[in-house]
Design a protein around this ligand. Sequence first.
Ligand code: JDE
Length: 239
Amino acid sequence: MRIDVVSIFPSYFDGLTLSLLGRARDSGILDLNVHDLRDWTSDRHRTVDDTPYGGGAGMVMKPEPWGLALDQLASARAGSVAEPVGPRPTIIFPSPAGEVFHQSTARELADHEHLIFGCGRYEGIDERVFEEAAELGEVRLISLGDYVLNGGEVAVMAMIEAIGRLIPGVVGNPESLVEESHEDGLLEYPSYTKPSVWRDREVPPILLSGNHGAIAAWRREQQIERTRRRRPDLLPDEG
Ligand code: JDE
């Protein structure tokens, strides 16, 4: 998978090159490229924002640098620039006004060949950028949840981490993916390790019993109970 990120703070993404995703990059499974939006400006001050038409608070990101950046990154495909070969990219803009990101969104995006993430700052991006981007690929405005961040960078990092670990070959043990929260629609069961008694707190005895069937049933029961208490919205009946 190829991922391009466009941001005015590219160094935010240094952390992504570490650990899990770092290994995916080293092995060639993930081709992650972070770009500075200002590289597509041509004025002395490398301007990326301007005042909003119609008035209002704050600044809006100018369309020209975004247009040039997306043209170039979307054409980074086999074939020629005029006649590229292969699937069109999916172009993602984090936005509090977007569709909500779920594990199912991550799974779907993990199958894509080329993702481009655009990180907005200030009060937003000139709306015509999304229309232009739609000529180059599938555009998705995606929200992490109902809260506002200063810019898209942190949201993009979260999405790349969620997507990147689902690319086959990134996580060593595929079973660890299936057992996690949200992969089976329930929260995780509680985990324990040694010592079996710590500060007078005992590990549930069933986990020491060696009865694998009983352990599996207990864990499932814990999952259902936790989900009912903390996230009843995830259960089929009685949202
Ligand atoms: C993401 N949940 C919250 C994005 C934006 C077009 C595109 C993007 C402060 O204003 C913002 C902030 C952000 C960053 O993303 C989030 C977010 N998931 O806050 C935009 C506006 N228009 C604007």
